[in-house]
Design a protein around this ligand. Sequence first.
Ligand SMILES: NC(=O)c1ccc[n+]([C@@H]2O[C@H](COP(=O)([O-])OP(=O)(O)OC[C@H]3O[C@@H](n4cnc5c(N)ncnc54)[C@H](OP(=O)(O)O)[C@@H]3O)[C@@H](O)[C@H]2O)c1
Length: 249
Amino acid sequence: MRAMNRQFGRAVVIGASSGIGEAIARQLAREGADVALVARRPTELARVADALAGKGRAYVHDVTCYDEVPVLFERVVGDLGGLDLIVYAAGIMPRVAEGEYDFAKDRAIMDVNVLGAMAWLDLAAAHFEAAGAGTIIAIGSIAGERGRRGNPAYCTSKAALATYMESLRNRCSRYGVNVVTVKPGFVDTPMTRGAPGLFWLISAEEAARRSLQLARRSSGGSTFVPRRWALVAFIVRTLPSAIFRKLNI
Ligand SMILES: NC(=O)c1ccc[n+]([C@@H]2O[C@H](COP(=O)([O-])OP(=O)(O)OC[C@H]3O[C@@H](n4cnc5c(N)ncnc54)[C@H](OP(=O)(O)O)[C@@H]3O)[C@@H](O)[C@H]2O)c1
């Protein structure tokens, strides 16, 4: 079978003001795409838009303002003259101390990492389904493979995101929509800066390159980035709970 090579001429990246989202936006623009950049910080969005040299347009938005999303989605699609790709890269991972149980922090994680994704990607799925084409990428994480003691809400949010994406894929793929979950290991971004115990660290540019490559070639699926994290996922999933709970991760 001939390998696919989808073209993304018009894209929106949610969480485009830094890290993986910024790197994806930059790569898309380098390849000629017009990119809508969505995030909260206007100065960071302006910096990224400037770097995209006429190919990027900034939209200041907090993904937890769910009621704003339908109008903003239509505005973005109108400004771009259509849509080929949506990337949900917005996410937070506040540090959680030993013995800390903070509902406000947990809720913030779920609001951004899960509900914000649903607010945007439900609309995108309906739009692409009606068009009979389009690609949805969400940035999950290896952290969603198992409930680690280190950050319960973050692990939960990434597991929930992966399951939601799988459901979208199962709903939309029959209408020609390509739904891709990217699960990175450690990526060098502001989110991980200064965090202890990082290994196999890759750059945001590398994560972006692999994510887009996958989305171009796949017919939907879920993949670890880089691939060697699949082995870690397998081991982590296979370990009996009695052993896993003793690990300090
Ligand atoms: N770095 C890693 O090692 C790693 C590994 C696996 C998965 N991931 C995932 O990759 C995604 C990107 O993370 P990153 O590492 O690139 O982190 P990052 O550099 O901190 O970027 C996070 C992005 O999310 C946006 N964001 C956060 N809260 C938002 C809100 N309420 N409304 C709108 N935008 C919001 C931020 O923009 P504003 O602050 O301007 O709003 C920023 O653009 C996240 O989902 C993360 O969980 C990261």
